[in-house]
Write a protein that binds this ligand. Structure first.
Ligand code: NAD
Length: 510
């Protein structure tokens, strides 16, 4: 298919440094590409947008030499000065937020406010990282030995690898790169193979800032490509930390590869998130939240609500309101203002949705609304609500689309058990006003997820908290709080400033 770049509505892409045909490897500060040529496709009509020549393994090797070399320079620049570079990246993003948000919407398929929101999230991360660059503090620890001092020193790791998923084609890069950079690491990024234009546009922006400051472009190295480049990163002993975002299946494989060489992994994998609505809940608040959590991003967020647990006394009321709300959802082009539900990302995602509906039916699920894909040139499907038993095997899986399972419960204990009964452990939320329920929910016998909310949806996390989940979600924590510690190595230093050699634990050695 020939690229459609000439179309008037695609003209803004030039402002982001994109062309009808692009090179997809940014290494040693220059663009190149000797791998296969791929076409970026608009999921709303399956028409081509532009072409990208992906990185070859030779491109990878050459670029990685420069990236590892650049790490030696970057890690010696004082942290607050590295913060200043990240501040400039944030400012550069501010000038392009509308264009980049539009590109996210065009290439990934999420609606425009969500596309712009995704870019805003990186700007927030830049701001956060600038402050952090003056707070990479270690502790002073009292020594048991006279004239000794113990302290922790945090040093950069070197190179941090970042592999990202299609559904957050740039925000996840931001969570990792902003922190990794202020911590003194160079960054190697492989974006999703179906969102290469976002990868290139983001890289252009970072590259410009580095160039303006006379810094080597290799500090930020980018590869467009698929599993082959991903595997090269996983195997590469020059990369002590690989931050991987994607499915549990691929994540487990990456983790095993990285662990085999004693590297570290930061995993952000699949979710299967539940909202519990108690009998005392504010029903309107709950219904609005479920709608956003289950239908937003066409159900393609890791934090999408996939299971709705309703107390038996309010079951029918909530369901009636929700089914009514689902019927109002406008499905269509994600760039149009009134649209709430854009397309799924690829034709394969649409087929996966259709297969999922067949399995749901075969496992006793009753479709209450939706349940079909929509005849059109894009990958559109109906927002779907299903009544089903919590024991149906499909409920334990992550079906990546706008499908919501509704389940009935009688007691809080039962609801928490259902919440915790799936392999994944990313996000969860309860709607109630009762303090004893809230504290049970967030306590040791409550939700087993990494994100445990009250009276808000499962999605839409703020960057200030540590983001991530337990069990098959991988255990990683990114963005705020003390997540930065994973991007550095801790040296415990004991300094003897006396002339005696007292030993710890009172040992007398001759
Ligand atoms: P995916 O696992 O198919 O791909 C993710 C990335 O891994 C892509 O860049 C892909 O090219 C790369 N990859 C594929 N095979 C590889 C290999 N053998 N070695 C190394 N890399 C390889 O996931 P996807 O379909 O792009 O994204 C959707 C999934 O991501 C969902 O499961 C979703 O829940 C999850 N996700 C999780 C979070 C989170 O924070 N927990 C955030 C976003 C998405």
């Amino acid at each position: 298919m020939a690229p459609n770049f000439a179309k008037k509505e695609y003209q803004f892409l030039r402002e982001l440094g994109l062309a009808p045909r692009n090179q997809g490897c940014y290494g040693s500060g220059v663009w190149r590409g000797h791998g296969p040529t791929v076409t970026s496709i608009n999921p709303a009509n399956n028409q081509p947008i532009a072409e990208v020549v992906e990185a070859s393994i030779e491109d990878y090797e050459e670029s990685m030499v420069a990236c590892a070399e650049a790490a030696k320079l970057w890690m010696q620049i004082p942290a607050p000065k590295r913060g200043e570079i990240v501040r400039q990246i944030g400012d550069a993003l501010r000038t392009k937020v509308q264009h980049l948000g539009r590109l996210v919407s065009l290439e990934m398929g999420k609606i425009l406010p969500e596309g712009i929101g995704e870019v805003q999230e990186i700007i927030d991360m830049c701001d956060y990282a600038v402050g952090l660059s003056r707070q990479l503090n270690g502790s002073i620890i009292p020594s048991e030995r006279p004239n000794h001092m113990m302290m922790e020193v945090w040093n950069p790791l070197g190179v941090v690898g970042v592999i990202t998923a299609f559904n957050f084609p740039c925000a996840v890069l931001g969570w990792n790169a902003c922190i990794a950079l202020v911590c003194g690491n160079t960054v190697v990024w492989k974006g999703a193979p179906t969102t290469p234009l976002i990868t290139i546009a983001m890289t252009n922006l970072v590259a410009e800032v580095l160039e303006k400051n006379n810094l080597p472009g290799a500090i930020f190295t980018t590869f467009c490509g698929g599993a082959e480049i991903g595997q090269a990163i996983a195997h590469d002993t020059r990369i002590p930390l690989v931050s991987f975002t994607g499915s549990s299946k691929v994540g487990q494989f990456v983790q095993q590869t990285v662990n085999r060489r004693f590297g570290k992994c930061l995993l952000e994998l699949s979710g299967n998130n539940a909202i519990i609505v108690m009998d005392d809940a504010d029903i309107q608040l709950a219904v609005r939240s479920v709608l956003f959590a289950a239908v937003g991003t066409a159900g393609q967020r890791c934090t999408t609500c996939r299971r709705l647990l309703l107390h038996e006394t309010i079951y029918q009321t909530v369901l009636d309101q929700l089914v009514e709300a689902y019927k109002q959802v406008k499905v269509g082009d994600p760039l149009e203002k009134a649209t709430l539900l854009g397309p799924l990302h690829t034709p394969a995602s649409k087929v996966n949705f259709e297969k999922g509906i067949d399995i749901i039916k075969s496992q006793g699920g009753k479709i209450l609304t939706g349940g079909s894909s929509i005849e059109s040139e894009g990958n559109f499907v109906q927002p779907t609500i299903v009544e089903i038993s919590p024991d149906a095997p499909i409920v334990k899986e992550e079906l990546f689309g706008p499908v919501l399972y509704v389940l009935k419960f009688q007691t809080l204990k039962e609801a928490i058990e259902i919440n915790n009964s799936v392999p994944q452990g990313l996000s969860s939320s309860i709607f109630t006003r009762r303090p004893e329920v809230i504290f049970r929910w967030i306590g040791p016998l409550g939700s087993d997820c990494g994100i445990v909310n009250v009276n808000i949806p499962t999605n839409g996390a703020e960057i200030g908290g540590a983001f991530g989940g337990e069990k098959a979600t991988g255990g990683g924590r990114e963005a705020g709080s003390d997540s930065w510690k994973q991007y550095m190595r801790r040296s415990t230093c004991t300094i003897n400033y006396g002339s005696e050699l007292p030993l710890a634990q009172g040992i007398n050695f001759g």
